[in-house]
Design a protein around this ligand. Structure first.
Ligand SMILES: *Cc1c(COP(=O)(O)O)cnc(C)c1O
Length: 466
């Protein structure tokens, strides 16, 4: 399998190359040259398989000869063996046609573990036996940081620098990052918001003195391997609800458009997906883009769902590329316009391509709280605020009666205890495995949101690559 940049001007890479590179050198994102498909029979054959085996079958076509099937299976078993539920991503029924897909049983209690536990192993596997090192640089609005740090802490050949917006992630989220004291882990609090942190990361990648010398790599959802790992649970859930014989709808709490893009990939691979609901909070750039063709950024509003407080959704570019005829130079021009003015219109091809599959909804704080209460009162389920945004959107959908609707439950409610308590009166306890989080020692530095400050810090603490 070969991987192309959405902006058409970066080298074409194989799976290994695309995994290690993250962002493409022309500023674009890597995407497979063509979508592999699983026929109805291959999908039916997934029934009853373990999560790790499902993952092996769904991901194998993307890997090419970078790994053998047995090597891939061993990595999946290792990655998903660390989850606290035997199903890895269990389904929970809420009412006769509404379901939750619990994606938060990994080590850091958020869905990002599903992809990052595998990515950490892929990095290590691809670096072993070379004299190359990798310097992971990322920006997090909360959950990516802790999941990435957990996935690479103590691994040979890798340093990780994680930027988070100071004071804008929950205490649990911050402590899950800053209490990991392995020497290869570097936490940086940025005086600024998430978009500034993400922009700094992009600038570092475009600075050869850093990017080339330290072999910078990304773990943000711009890394293709992460998206690939997320495709798996769409298959796993849909097969359990009747696919390929029955179509399933998914409602996805959306920020950077990675999780819901994985649902789009599942659909392109042949999974019968009735609808993908892009649920946003009041930071609704994606809702405006999908409902009115208007992709224009506003000012980020802070909400109870920090992982969705985003005004620029990196992965949306992959959808625009795929729907816009896969024309790299046209997309590069469209994105350059957006980067210059902060706004762009979707083309007719992009809008018409998205319309049959995607629906979108903007959910405010009141409707989020209502959804949390509804889940408690009607199904005895305490859900986190991000999940509640998507559940609210799912319940407002008007679909054929026989279509099950699956809401992706992206974080454990204990990660957002204050918001859960405000809405439901219940304070979810921290699961035993992180019960002592508030007693652990923290380590991080606070830096201004400038390339000079952050670039210097990275240059002083990272290890040059051969
Ligand atoms: C990251 C995250 C999201 C948003 O996912 P994207 O792939 O960025 O759209 C939603 N909920 C939680 C809890 C998250 O951590």
């Amino acid at each position: 399998m070969r991987y192309l940049s959405t902006r058409g001007a970066a080298p074409v890479l194989d799976f290994r190359g695309a995994t290690l590179a993250g962002l493409a050198s022309d500023g674009g994102l890597y995407i497979p040259e063509a979508w592999p498909t699983l026929g109805a029979e291959a999908i039916a054959d997934l029934a009853g398989l373990s999560y790790a085996e499902t993952a092996t079958r769904v991901m194998l076509p993307f890997i090419g000869d970078a790994l053998s099937e047995d090597e891939l299976r061993a990595l999946c078993e290792q990655a998903y063996g660390r989850f606290s539920h035997a199903a890895v991503t269990p389904l929970v029924q809420l009412d006769h046609d509404q379901w939750l897909l619990e994606l938060f049983h990994g080590p850091t209690l958020a869905f990002k573990d599903v992809a990052l536990q595998l990515l950490g192993l892929l990095f290590e596997r691809f670096l072993t036996g070379t004299d190359k090192r990798l310097t992971i640089v990322g920006a997090t609005s909360g959950d990516t940081g802790s999941a990435a740090i957990d996935a690479v802490a103590g691994r040979e050949g890798i340093d990780i620098f994680m930027l988070h917006p100071a004071g804008r992630v929950s205490d649990v989220q911050r402590r899950q990052m800053t209490t990991v004291l392995s020497p290869n882990v570097h936490n940086i609090a940025i005086d600024g918001d998430f978009d500034q942190a993400q922009a700094l990361v992009k600038t570092m990648f475009a600075t050869p003195a850093l990017a080339d010398r330290f072999a910078l790599s990304a773990v943000n959802s711009i890394n293709w391997a992460r998206l690939m790992a997320q495709v798996v649970y769409y298959f796993y859930a849909a097969v359990r609800l009747g696919a390929p014989g029955r179509a399933v709808a998914f409602s996805v709490p959306t920020g950077n458009f990675g999780d819901v893009f994985a649902g789009y990939v599942a659909s392109r691979m042949g999974l019968p997906v009735a609808q993908l609901v892009v649920a946003t909070n009041v930071n609704d750039i994606l809702h405006r883009a999908l409902s009115a063709g208007d992709y224009s950024k506003g000012v980020v509003a802070q909400t109870a769902t920090p992982s969705m407080d985003i005004q620029v959704s990196s992965n949306f570019e992959r959808l625009l590329f795929d729907l816009g005829g896969r024309d790299g130079s046209a997309l590069a021009a469209q994105m350059a316009g957006f980067e210059a003015s902060g706004a762009m219109r979707l083309t007719n091809a992009q809008r018409e391509g998205a319309a049959p599959l995607f629906a979108s909804a903007r959910v405010d704080a009141d409707d989020m709280a209502l959804a949390m209460r509804w889940a408690c009162e009607h199904a005895g389920q305490v859900i986190d605020p991000h999940t509640a945004i998507a559940l609210s959107a799912a319940r407002a959908l008007d679909l054929a009666a026989d279509v099950p609707v699956v809401t992706l439950a992206t974080a454990h409610p204990a990660k957002f205890r204050d918001a859960v308590e405000r809405a439901t009166g219940m304070r979810p306890p921290l699961p035993a495995r992180i019960g002592d989080l508030f007693e652990r020692e923290e380590r991080y530095v606070t830096l201004p949101a400038t390339l000079a400050a952050v670039g210097d810090y990275v240059a002083q603490h990272a290890h040059p690559s051969a």
